[in-house]
Write a protein that binds this ligand. Sequence first.
Ligand code: NDP
Ligand code: PYR
Ligand code: MG
Length: 766
Amino acid sequence: MNDYTKNLSEAEQSLRTAALEYHASPVKGKISVKPTKPLSNQRDLSLAYSPGVAYPCLDIQANPALAADYTSRGNLVGVITNGTAVLGLGDIGPLAGKPVMEGKACLFKKFAGVDVFDIELAERDPDKLIEIIAALEPTLGGINLEDIKAPECFYIERELSKRMNIPVFHDDQHGTAIISSAALINALELVGKRIEDVKVAVSGAGAAALACINVMEGLGVRHENVFVADSKGVIHSGRENLDATKARFARDTDARTLADIVKGADVFLGCSAPGVLTAEMLKTMADKPIVLALANPEPEIRPELAKAVRPDVIIATGRSDYPNQVNNVLCFPYIFRGALDCGATKITDEMKLACVREIAALAKAETSDEVAAAYAGKELSFGPEYLIPTPFDVRLILRIAPAVAEAAARSGVATRPIEDLQAYRDSLQRFVYQTGMFMRPVFKAAKATPRRLAYAEGEDERVLRAVQVVLDDGLAKPILIGRPAVIAERIKRAGLRIDLDRDVELVNPEDDPRFRQYWEAYHKLMGRNGVTPEAAKTAVRRSNTIIAALMIHLGDADAMLCGMIGRFDNHLRRIRDILGVRDDSEGLATINALLLDDRNIFVADTYIHEDPDPEGLVSIAQMAVREVQRFGLPPKVAFLSHSNFGSSTRPSALKMRRAAELFKQRFPDIECDGEMHGDAALNAQVRSRNLLDCSLSSDANILICPNLDSANILFNVLKEVSGHGTTIGPILMGAAAPAHILTPSATVRRIVNMSALAVANVTAQD
Ligand SMILES: NC(=O)C1=CN([C@@H]2O[C@H](COP(=O)(O)OP(=O)(O)OC[C@H]3O[C@@H](n4cnc5c(N)ncnc54)[C@H](OP(=O)(O)O)[C@@H]3O)[C@@H](O)[C@H]2O)C=CC1
Ligand SMILES: CC(=O)C(=O)O
Ligand SMILES: [Mg+2]
């Protein structure tokens, strides 16, 4: 068994457990294949399959380019490996490499909408591998070679690129080279060194390392300034049996070990093995050293160790848990997006350089107005801790894909050059809006300014598991309300790492020095509602939600979550009593969001207003619009009904129609229509069958329901039938401070999402 599973620290052990569970449940593995067409009756069957399927077959036979229209090939990439160099785990074989390939498939899909077949081949012979992969051309629109070891990978990629008429890209070579070059350019700018002058010491002479050096030399690094070591030591002119790819770097030098070449180097590039750059070696590097320690999952040196010995170091790793993640995930989804969209037959150097330029420039660009979101909070700015964009930066797709498509056209490899680039950018923007990416600014804002977040049900195990994630990700400063002994016991039982003295603030409802202050404050607020001092004491002792709300009221907390236990209405009453309503709101309402693969849907009012009148519905919709705008999404409101644009005149239909009219009058700039059926709200064809002048330019994302029952039922049914959709909420709108009431069915993931949202709310309300 590999070293990575031995001698694990507590944190690593807990990551291992979480990673195994993530892979095994609720369904096994990370991807599935989903039909995109209805197949529910005899007619569908005869279109999808025999006899109808014969027609596209024959058309494609006559004109192969039509495969791009009649099949999913044009959006389908094969992530192909033989498992000989899986991450830094080495030659673990194709089957063991499958989780990595499924992982790449997820990233392709989530970040760029590209479909992937992961293909793990039990074949080590390069020529046979080439034959097998080349034969897949009819299936695939592009080939992403992954984790195939050097030097075979160079030959395999070269031959396939020559033979195939679709883009072939070896991610570990070119993806890594693109990202690390962008990071190097930016790091050199920060330390004020010229690329022509720097000495580069490289650990590793495999796929990633050699490709990185090639691109870096193309950008100006001098060949004679590059020194390379592999597992056997420095590559020098006296070494025997060097293959041609390594021989190119053989130096006339006495240096024999990595330590020898690192001495005095300005840049260390590691694409090799864990921990090979020691603190002692790092000490000998030149002034303001740049360290790109890219081995995965364990880098050549950990950033904390590097910074301890060389505070002037700028360091990047391939990992997501440190700043400066130099990982090919910043490139491969987007270079393929651009290449597929213009029907590129190759990935040319010009396309790769376009990526380098865009990625390097993005780190220095002002943060997106593309994702203009009030939640954006404090942004990262270009510097030693932010050399290149983070993988969750939605601007990556918006900038890289069009630049790649343009470069493909310039290089003459685009078979379907993009004629209207602005329309293309708009379509990418829609993709960004439609995906779950909209929670990203929320997490970013929470991380930028973590606030004090009180959890009323601090003893609940789901809360504790969520708090562990919140702490690991730096999303909030948690306050746990609950009995310390019970909390400690549950942390232990769940195998969590929360340190109650260091990581969180505890409030013991049975014994907290602030008790007197709290019940007096509650009495002051509620005295004229018949709450006596004795009743106030009892209420504060009995209700953690009251304590959480009072903490915000008295400035001891910034935001709160409650509702994992007990009835929604009881929590709501307490929040309303203590925190009250925002000045610019007429009341409280709730909205739930559902993040699906192809759209985001917000439903209101799911928990509060039983049977709102038209004015009440307008106010709910207004709050919903504000909430959706905060996510950076364009709000599109549909007032739902059993009636479709006048098809019924029952009172509830007239109510929804009136609400839509009032809303349009008051907010003419917001897209809105109604009353309408649920399918009309979500389907342009249905809308156009009924109405030619519907004011929704595209499908609605805010569904305002006639009453509590319909909203609550709609949301829960959608949640259930949508399978893997992520749910956010209920989001309490209109409260004077960020307070959200979850439900007893809340999962750990939902609690984490709502934690980030509550913290981001604080920043947004400042
Ligand atoms: N951050 C990122 O985006 C990426 C990171 N990587 C990482 O880079 C590393 C290499 O991947 P890849 O190039 O695909 O794999 P390869 O198998 O092609 O190359 C590995 C190279 O590392 C060398 N090596 C192994 N052990 C040592 C050591 N102790 N000291 C010095 N060199 C050593 C090997 O030497 P020899 O030639 O003598 O066998 C070989 O040259 C992996 O850890 C991988 O995770 C890869 C791609 C992307
Ligand atoms: C990131 C990657 O592709 C690797 O480490 O192999
Ligand atoms: Mg790889």
